[in-house]
Design a protein around this ligand. Structure first.
Ligand SMILES: C[S@@+](CC[C@H](N)C(=O)[O-])C[C@H]1O[C@@H](n2cnc3c(N)ncnc32)[C@H](O)[C@@H]1O
Length: 444
C-alpha cells in the first residue's frame, strides 16, 4: 500500500517501535461485521459468525445485501470497530437521544435497538442526500421512535437547548482508520485535511454541548488515528467546555487513549483507541464525557398533532384497520401535505428545522382512501397484520424487482409479504394477483 506524503513519517514518529506492526496491519484484509437487530423476534438467521467481543449484538462476517435478513431489517452490516461507539453510548429506554452526524445510520440503528422503541431518537445529518439514505435505513430497521432532520449543528442547537440526555457526535474526520477498507480515501488525505477536520470537530462539539442537559452524556468518536482529531480534541473539550471525561471499559484488545498524543495529559487515558494491529477491526477512537451539573432535559414546546378532517379519519380507519391491529393515538399523528406520520412521544417543536421524517411513515391520503406505507412492513411484527402471505425465494426476488405475483389463495386488499417469516413488503391483492407496491427506489 502506498501512503500519501507525510502519513508514514507522521505515524513512524508517533508510534516508535509499534510502527512496524501498525503498518503491517494495512497488508491484512479489512474486517467485516454485522449486528443482529434486538427490535426483532429471535428467528433463525441465514447470517452467522463469531461474536464481536465489544458489541453485544455484533458478529464477524459479511451480510448479503439482497438477502431477506438484511432487507427485512433483521441484520445491519457494520464494521466491527464502529460497533463499539454505540456500545459506549449504552442508551436506555425512555431517554432523549441525539445522533448529530448520523448518516448512513449504523450507529443510529444501534441506538434505536438500545432504546427498544421507548424515548426519543433525533437522527440528524447535514448532507441532504445522505439524510435520505439515513431515513431509508431507519425504515428498513423498523425504527418507530426516530425523527430525521437535515440541519447544521448550530441550527439544531438554536432550537433544542439542553434537550437531550445523550448525544453522539460521530464526527466527520480524515478517515485514516478506513484506509484499509477504502484505499481510495487516501487520495484526499493531507496534513491540511487533518487540521481542517480538527477545527470542524471543535465547532460541532461546541454546538452539541449546548443541546446536552447538565449531567447528560456526550460520546465523541472518529474513524481516524490523527491525535489532533482524537486525544487532542478530547483534551481541548475537557479544558474548554463544561465536560468531564469518563472512563470507558475496554475489552478485546481495545486500548487506552494515549497521553503522549495530548501533551502528556493523563485524563485522556479514559478515552478508547481501537488499533487494527491490536484487535480484529478497523481504526477508531471514542471519548465519553458528562456535562457538568445536573438537570432534566428540557422538553420545551411539543410538536402539535395534526387535526384530521372527518373524511380523513374515516379513510385512515378503513385503510389501517383492514391491514393491522396496530394503532396510534390521535395525539401523535402528524400530517405533512398528504403524508401521515406517527411521531415519537415527546417530540419537540421542530419549527424552522428541515425535517426529513417526523416519525414513522404511516401512509398517504389519496382521493377517498388511505394507502399504507411500505414502512409498516418492517416496523410492525408480522403477527399484527391481518393478511400475511409467505412467498418463495423466487417470488421474493421477483417482487423486489417490481413484478406482480400470483398466489394460490384468492383475496382482496393490502397484505404483508413475508419470506422465511420475515416481513419485507406490502402488496395489494386482487383475487390471485399481488400488485406490486414495492417502492421504486428500493427495487433491484
Ligand atoms: C463518520 S460519518 C457518520 C457515520 C454514521 N454515524 C454511521 O454510523 O453510519 C460523519 C457524518 O458527518 C456529516 N458531516 C459533515 N460535515 C458536518 C458538519 N459540519 N456538521 C455535522 N455533520 C457533518 C457527514 O455528512 C457524515 O455523514
Amino acid at each position: 500500500m502506498t501512503f500519501p506524503d507525510g502519513f508514514e513519517e507522521k505515524y513512524r514518529a508517533l508510534l516508535g517501535n509499534e510502527a512496524d506492526a501498525f503498518f503491517a496491519s494495512f497488508a491484512q484484509p479489512a474486517q467485516s461485521g454485522f449486528r443482529v437487530s434486538p427490535l426483532r423476534p429471535p428467528l433463525a438467521m441465514n447470517e452467522n459468525g463469531p461474536a464481536i467481543p465489544w458489541s453485544p449484538t455484533g458478529e464477524y462476517g459479511k451480510v448479503d445485501g439482497n438477502g431477506i435478513d438484511h432487507v427485512s431489517g433483521y441484520v445491519y452490516s457494520q464494521e466491527p470497530s464502529a460497533q463499539f461507539v454505540a456500545a459506549v453510548c449504552a442508551a436506555t429506554p425512555g431517554q432523549r437521544v441525539l445522533d448529530l452526524c448520523a448518516a448512513p445510520g449504523g450507529k443510529t440503528t444501534q441506538l434505536a435497538g438500545q432504546l427498544q422503541g421507548a424515548g426519543l431518537l433525533v437522527a440528524n445529518e447535514i448532507n441532504a442526500g445522505r439524510a435520505k439514505i439515513l431515513a431509508s435505513n431507519l425504515e428498513r430497521f423498523g425504527v418507530q421512535n426516530a425523527v430525521v432532520t437535515n440541519n447544521a449543528p448550530a441550527e439544531l442547537a438554536a432550537q433544542l437547548p439542553e434537550s437531550f440526555d445523550l448525544i453522539l457526535v460521530d464526527a466527520p474526520c480524515s478517515g485514516e482508520g478506513m484506509f484499509r477498507k477504502d484505499p481510495d480515501a487516501m487520495q484526499y488525505w493531507s496534513p491540511d485535511l487533518v487540521a481542517q477536520c480538527a477545527t470542524r470537530q471543535r465547532e460541532i462539539v461546541t454546538e452539541a454541548v449546548k443541546m446536552l442537559r447538565p449531567g447528560g452524556t456526550l460520546v465523541y468518536s472518529t474513524c481516524t488515528f490523527a491525535p489532533e482529531e482524537d486525544e487532542q480534541l478530547a483534551f481541548w473539550a475537557a479544558q474548554t467546555l463544561p465536560l468531564t471525561l469518563q472512563p470507558i471499559v475496554k475489552v478485546g484488545g481495545i486500548q487506552d487513549g494515549r497521553a503522549a498524543f495530548a501533551g502528556g495529559d493523563e485524563a485522556v487515558l479514559a478515552t478508547a483507541r481501537l488499533w487494527p494491529h491490536a484487535l480484529a477491526g478497523e481504526g477508531h477512537f471514542v471519548a465519553k464525557f458528562i456535562k457538568d451539573g445536573d438537570a432534566p432535559a428540557q422538553s420545551g414546546k411539543r410538536l402539535a398533532a395534526s387535526k384530521l378532517t372527518a373524511p380523513q379519519q374515516q379513510d385512515l380507519r378503513a385503510g389501517l384497520t383492514a391491514l393491522t391491529d396496530a394503532t396510534w393515538p390521535q395525539s401523535r399523528l402528524v400530517l405533512r401535505r398528504d403524508q401521515l406520520f406517527a411521531m415519537p412521544e415527546a417530540t419537540p417543536q421542530l419549527a424552522g428545522l428541515h425535517v426529513v421524517r417526523p416519525g414513522l411513515h404511516l401512509g398517504t391520503f389519496k382521493i377517498h382512501r388511505f394507502e399504507p406505507s411500505h414502512s409498516l412492513a418492517t416496523a410492525l411484527s408480522p403477527a399484527s397484520f391481518h393478511q400475511v402471505i409467505e412467498v418463495t425465494e423466487a417470488d421474493y426476488a421477483r417482487y423486489r424487482h417490481g413484478e406482480t405475483l400470483t398466489v394460490p389463495t384468492s383475496g382482496r386488499g393490502w397484505v404483508l409479504l413475508t419470506h422465511q417469516g420475515k416481513g419485507f413488503a406490502l402488496g395489494k391483492q386482487v383475487d390471485h394477483v399481488i400488485k406490486n407496491a414495492y417502492p421504486k427506489g428500493l427495487r433491484v
